[in-house]
Design a protein around this ligand. Structure first.
Ligand code: GDP
Length: 198
């Protein structure tokens, strides 16, 4: 698929308002500041398709990007989570939407979970993995900002996350990534191709 052809389709304030549930889509999730927007921009080779978060936690929308002319294959940028200033009620509401989306969205083929390689598997990352497991939804984990660690340390972090997720190895794949160094892009494209072209 031509990821460079990605273009903005629409924003939705809630998953109830998202575009028709047809075709195939892949959703990107991650803790605020993990590097999700930078990853989406690197994968599509665009500078500002996904807005990098200067002000995390402001009213967040779900953004849909179409690959090419039709919007039959989509990348979905989910709001970042974990930002402390969001009221508890809003957090719980959003979590309910998200778990519904994972279970009910027929066109959803997989979830890309973005984690800072230095702070992997936050509590909510683990909650999300649990929901994906319940929904039988495959997950591809990007351990991003790999450039922040020396190569050996990055590989060590990868092994550690792999071993912690060992019981989920049928559903979960994991790789190192760096938006800054454009590292790991082909590997992500290959995974997205598997999901979106299936
Ligand atoms: P988001 O909140 O998950 O969308 O995170 P952003 O993409 O906005 O990135 C958060 C911060 O991490 C920004 O200052 C980025 O410049 C930085 N960042 C993102 N990806 C990388 C990366 O691969 N390497 C490095 N060194 N910094 C990164």
């Amino acid at each position: 698929l031509n990821y460079q052809a990605a273009c903005f389709i629409t924003s939705a304030p809630t998953l109830a308002k998202c575009p028709p549930d047809s075709g195939a889509e892949v959703a990107f999730a991650g803790r605020s500041n993990a590097g999700k927007s930078s990853a989406i921009n690197a994968l599509t080779r665009q500078k500002a398709l996904a807005r990098t978060s200067k002000t995390p936690g402001r009213t967040q929308l779900i953004n849909f990007f179409g690959l090419g002319e039709d919007s039959d294959r989509r990348l979905v940028d989910l709001p970042g989570y974990g930002y402390a200033k969001v009221p508890e009620q809003v957090k719980l509401e959003w979590q309910r939407h998200l778990s519904d989306y994972l279970r009910r969205r027929g066109s959803l083929r997989g979830l890309v979970l973005v984690m800072d390689v230095r702070h992997p598997l936050s509590e909510f990352d683990q909650t999300l993995l649990g929901w994906a497991d319940e929904a039988d939804m495959p997950v591809h984990i990007l351990l991003t900002k790999a450039d922040k660690l020396k190569s050996g340390a990055a590989k060590g972090a990868l092994q550690q996350v792999r071993s912690r997720l060992h019981e989920w190895e049928d559903l979960v794949s994991i790789q190192l990534f760096s938006a800054l160094k454009k590292q790991g892009i082909e590997e992500v494209h290959a995974r997205l191709d598997q999901w979106l072209l299936d």
